[in-house]
Each structure stands twice: as structure tokens, then as C-alpha cells.
Design a protein around this ligand. Structure first.
Ligand code: ZN
Length: 107
């Protein structure tokens, strides 16, 4: 993912509308792109920060954004685990089918 693609995803990320695959790529890009991280911080502040400040709530931008990112990472981890589990199930199914086929042909 390049910066242009990442920047386009920021609004969707902030309202948690990214699908898991995009979310994964987006987070990976943010890990080593300080420019997009800064862009995310700015858009987050504009989108969510201002409404919180208007409501008179005290607001720790750094912490709120870190919480949002760590939640997003957890979502991605869960998704990866599910994808991995489905591969395992597929593999087991394949092995069972292969055994049945061998038994049918050779026994
Ligand atoms: Zn970038």
C-alpha cells in the first residue's frame, strides 16, 4: 500500500468501516510511515477531537488514538487467527478426502 491509498482509507478507518484485509494493510503501512501516521492524527483530531472538546470533555489525543489503533490491531489479529483456522480446517478436509480416495482406489 502506498501513501495515497493509505490516506484515502483514513476516514473509513476512523469510522471503523475498513474490511479486515484493508485494515491489516493500512495498519502495516502506518507502522513505518510517519507521514500517514501524522495525517491520521490530524484527521482524528478534526473528526473526533473537536466534538469531544465541544462537549467539554477532557481529551487525551495521543491516548485515544493509541487505544483506537490497538483495538484495530486486535481486530486484525482475530481475523488472521480465523483465516489461519479456516486454512487448517481446509487442510484437514483435504487430508481426509485424500485418505478416502486412497482407500477407495487401493483397498
Ligand atoms: Zn504513508
Amino acid at each position: 500500500m502506498n501513501c495515497k491509498e493509505a490516506e484515502k482509507m483514513i476516514p473509513a478507518f476512523l469510522v471503523k468501516q475498513l474490511n479486515n484485509r484493508d485494515l491489516n494493510e493500512f495498519l502495516m503501512h502506518l507502522e513505518d510511515c510517519p507521514e500517514c501516521m501524522e495525517e491520521l492524527t490530524i484527521q482524528y483530531l478534526v473528526m473526533i477531537g473537536t466534538s469531544l472538546i465541544e462537549e467539554g470533555k477532557s481529551f487525551n489525543l495521543r491516548k485515544a488514538l493509541n487505544d483506537l489503533l490497538s483495538d484495530a490491531w486486535k481486530t486484525v489479529q482475530k481475523w488472521k487467527l480465523l483465516v489461519f483456522a479456516s486454512y487448517i480446517v481446509e487442510l484437514i478436509t483435504f487430508v481426509i478426502m485424500a485418505i478416502i480416495l486412497i482407500v477407495v482406489i487401493f483397498v
